[in-house]
Ligand binder design. Structure first.
Ligand SMILES: [Zn+2]
Ligand SMILES: [Zn+2]
Length: 470
């Protein structure tokens, strides 16, 4: 493929967008991205005349496989960073073409009226070879028969109001980003695995959130979220968003605007979680925003592995410094069970005043939670003095010279070991062969205690959030 060859600078590229061979309803745009322009965002303008009812965009680029070109689109109007009102979809590197009309759209994209004016296709390269990347967009503008407009249908907010422990998965993808399942398939699998709740976290789009009400059954709570997938500074999950909320991703740590987006999530009643921090090419911590601005860390992503062990170590360090950060675990599932990231493995089990969006998010905020690859199990962990008692997520008042009794109730797990952990590391490790454990520690010896249960191969089975001692 030979396209007009431009070496650098967005202005040059914009000037060289040319209609190469126009049919009445097809616009062609092309250009070159230099290897030095990795992660640089390009907004390709497309003039959409009045009367058009459907837009189709098809992308082609050189050395696909070695190169990756991400794609999304904005309707006419302000598309500057932080302005998401004209956002009409994002597919990242997961799709080469998409369509939008009033009734329907490709997954990842938002159905609705095609406003006349200048639309902008956003492209950027996240992987690029030395020779750079030649790209071509074929935009088809057509007039179709009027169809029934799309109607937003959010998920139910309440399943029940019974206080108890609820098991769920906080991180997953469908065809609305780079997952392989439909929303229906994901929901069916969650029900068959007896999960109580799932949180939908597509990359940089809210298109799935607008539709969960068409699929959510009466016995599964679906909570809206988004995986904010930045260019090169890490991923984080916004959990518990309102249906139409979209959190922008187009900024860097040096822009110093992250707090604004965290506030948006908190204003919706949600939580901000750092995702898979060590899932990077060189296995270093790839999360480049200030971790202390966030509510928690996904320390366990899919099957337990050395990257999770690194995340656990980081979290322990942050706890030791006195930061009350929530630890969560989630599958980050993309495919049906049988893949390396199976839905519900691990799950995060939350103590909540009901199976509702508000109660589950409150439970996560209270950090009365544990992570498990064994699903929901009866686990009771508390710390006690002669004056009081506290459970996971709570703070127990202690006297510096006093003692604390740590108590755990858990079904016997053959070949596993239970460890009580404090700020300096393991305090006691014993075989997980009984139903009750009791340890006594000096109150001044640690700021917190927490539990880990591992199997004979040192794979994590259960991990609780800490009880704080003050
Ligand atoms: Zn991610
Ligand atoms: Zn993900």
């Amino acid at each position: 493929m030979k396209f007009s060859y431009i070496t650098s600078f967005i202005l040059l590229i914009l000037n060289c967008f040319s209609a190469l061979g126009q049919k009445a309803d097809t616009v062609l745009k092309s250009g070159h991205i230099d290897s030095t322009q990795i992660f640089k965002l390009f907004y390709v303008p497309v003039n959409v005349p009045a009367g058009i009812t459907e837009i189709k965009v098809k992308e082609q680029y050189s050395n696909e496989g070695k190169n990756v070109l991400n794609m999304g689109i904005y309707a006419p109007g302000d598309y500057s960073i932080g302005k998401t009102v004209n956002f009409r979809g994002w597919s990242g590197g997961a799709k080469n073409e998409f369509f939008i009309n009033e009734a329907d759209a490709s997954t990842g994209y938002i159905p609705g009226k095609i406003t006349p004016g200048i639309w902008h296709v956003l492209i950027y390269s996240s992987t690029i070879i030395k020779a750079g990347l030649d790209w071509k967009l074929e935009i088809s503008l057509s007039k179709t028969q009027p169809k029934k407009p799309f109607i937003i249908k959010p998920a139910k907010k309440i399943i029940n109001q019974i206080t108890g422990w609820y098991s769920g998965d906080l991180h997953m993808h469908t065809l609305h980003s780079d997952g392989k399942r439909t929303q229906q398939e994901l929901v069916d699998e969650a029900v068959s695995k007896k999960l109580d709740y799932i949180i939908s976290t597509e990359h940089n789009t809210n298109s799935a959130n607008l539709k969960w009400g068409y699929y959510d059954p009466n016995n599964l709570l679906v909570i809206n979220g988004e995986e904010i997938t930045t260019t090169a500074f890490g991923h984080w999950n916004a959990l518990g968003l309102k249906t139409k909320t979209l959190i922008d991703w187009r900024y860097t740590p040096t822009d110093k605007v992250i707090q604004r987006y965290i506030n948006m999530v908190h204003n919706d009643g949600g939580l901000c979680i750092i995702n898979h921090p060590f899932y990077t090419k060189d296995l270093s911590n790839g999360f480049k925003f200030d971790p202390l601005l966030f509510d928690g860390i996904e320390i366990w992503n899919g099957n337990w592995d050395f990257m999770d062990a690194k995340a656990l170590k980081w979290w322990q360090q942050l706890l030791k410094q006195g930061n009350h950060l929530l630890a969560i675990g989630a599958s980050d599932t993309h495919k049906a069970t049988g893949s390396e990231n199976n839905l519900g493995n691990p799950s995060t089990i939350v103590y909540a005043e009901g199976l509702s969006k508000e109660a589950i998010l409150n439970g996560l905020r209270n950090r009365t939670t544990y992570i498990s690859s064994l699903g929901k199990i009866d686990l009771i962990f508390n710390a006690q003095t002669s004056n009081g008692k506290a459970t996971i997520g709570e703070t127990l008042k202690v006297k510096p010279a006093g003692e604390v009794s740590a108590n755990l109730v858990l079904k016997p797990l053959p070949n596993a070991v239970v460890t009580l952990i404090g700020e300096q590391g393991p305090l006691f490790t014993v075989k997980a062969d009984r139903e009750q454990y009791q340890w006594t520690i000096p109150a001044a010896s640690t700021k917190f205690i927490r539990i880990e249960v591992r199997d004979a191969k040192d794979q994590m089975l259960i991990l609780t959030n800490p009880i704080w001692l003050k």
